[in-house]
Structure formats: structure tokens, C-alpha cells
Design a binder for this molecule. Structure first.
Ligand code: ZN
Length: 197
């Protein structure tokens, strides 16, 4: 089942990224005037699951004012418990129609796993990235392991969100919510959209 609200919202976020790229953002400049409008409550239009990387700021890169995005950030944009809780609230309480899993180029969480560095940090969360890298390694003809792992890691998080949360699964299967995946390019601020999740 297709959600028109999800598609409309996705197009709104992509238009925001185009404004950001054109150097004509409106989200930040109108932020202060939005504050009183959302003081008593908000209706965010999308959930974004992103990395903590300082270059990956969802409100800026999607050019959205305060009150529009419900954001969960964790190293490597994996499915941490906090991300699942965020999604459960987003689906059950706020009934947000769109979930965006946003990876990014130059992700340290992915690079360390791909390069085999063992820092002892991250535990189970790093394991999710390692599983994405292992899945990519099995494919034939992979020349760019890091960037393929970044893409696969986005897809894996999207899959886990559905398989590990009853609330998300029900929202997705009933058509109330849709998932989209993208990779933000830290080199130029653009987005690579991932077709299949
Ligand atoms: Zn990252």
C-alpha cells in the first residue's frame, strides 16, 4: 500500500536539500519565528535516523525549521535501542508518515570496520556495521567496499527497524508509514537516493 503523505513529505525534504544546495535555505532563517508556533506541541513530518557525525545535520541538509523533523542520531546510523524507542514514539504517538534512514560518505563507524580497526568501542552496534560489511564482501565485483557498506548499512537499518519493532512493522504494512534510504555526500552536500531498501 502506498502512502501519499509519505511521498509528499519525501518530496518536501528533497526540495529542502535542493534549497540547501542552491544556497537559498529558509529553514534556519525562519526558525525563530517558528518557535512560538510549535511551543505547545509539534507535528513532525518525518523521522530521520542519522549518524552523529558533525557534518550530517538533518535540519540543515533538508532545510527544515524547528518542529518538522524527529531525529535519532547514533554512530553509524544503526538500530540502537534509543533509535527503536524513537521510532516507536514516532509511529504510535505522533503517527509520522515517513522514516528516512540517512547514511553518509566518510562515515568513521563504517571506515573503522572496513579497515579492520578494533577499538573495542561500540559493542553490538559496531556488529551491525560489521554484518553489513560482511554481506558486501560476499558480492562479486565490489571495488568500493567502504561506500557499498555505507549503502548496505542504510538498508540493513531499515530492515531491522521493520523486523525488530512491532509498532513500525504494523505502521509500514498498513501503509500509514513508508521508509526511504539515502546517503548524504559530505563532499558536496548532495543526497544519493537508495531505490531498494
Ligand atoms: Zn558516520
Amino acid at each position: 500500500m502506498k502512502s501519499e503523505a509519505a511521498e509528499r513529505t519525501w518530496q518536501e525534504l528533497l526540495a529542502g536539500n535542493r534549497r540547501f544546495l542552491a544556497g537559498t535555505p529558509t529553514g534556519v532563517t525562519s526558525a525563530l519565528s517558528e518557535v512560538p508556533k510549535v511551543a505547545s506541541g509539534t507535528s513532525p513530518i518525518a523521522v530521520v535516523v542519522a549518524c552523529v557525525d558533525s557534518r550530517v545535520a538533518p535540519e540543515i541538509l533538508f532545510d527544515q525549521p524547528v518542529g518538522k523533523l524527529f531525529v535519532a542520531r547514533v554512530p553509524g546510523n544503526v538500530l540502537a535501542e534509543s533509535v527503536r524507542w524513537t521510532l516507536d514514539i514516532a509511529m504510535a504517538v505522533l503517527q509520522i508518515p515517513l522514516v528516512v534512514v540517512l547514511g553518509h560518505t566518510g562515515c568513521l563507524a563504517v571506515r573503522e570496520v572496513v579497515e579492520g580497526k578494533v577499538t573495542g568501542l561500540g559493542g553490538d552496534l559496531r556488529l551491525q556495521v560489521a554484518e553489513a560489511a560482511a554481506a558486501v564482501r560476499l558480492r562479486a565485483g565490489i571495488t568500493d567496499l567502504e561506500n557499498e557498506t555505507i549503502r548496505e548499512n542504510v538498508r540493513a537499518t531499515a530492515r531491522l527497524l521493520v523486523s525488530e519493532s512491532e509498532i513500525v512493522r504494523s505502521a509500514v504494512t498498513s501503509g500509514r508509514t513508508e521508509l526511504r534510504g539515502a546517503v548524504y555526500r559530505v563532499e558536496d552536500g548532495s543526497l544519493e537516493l537508495l531505490d531498494s531498501l
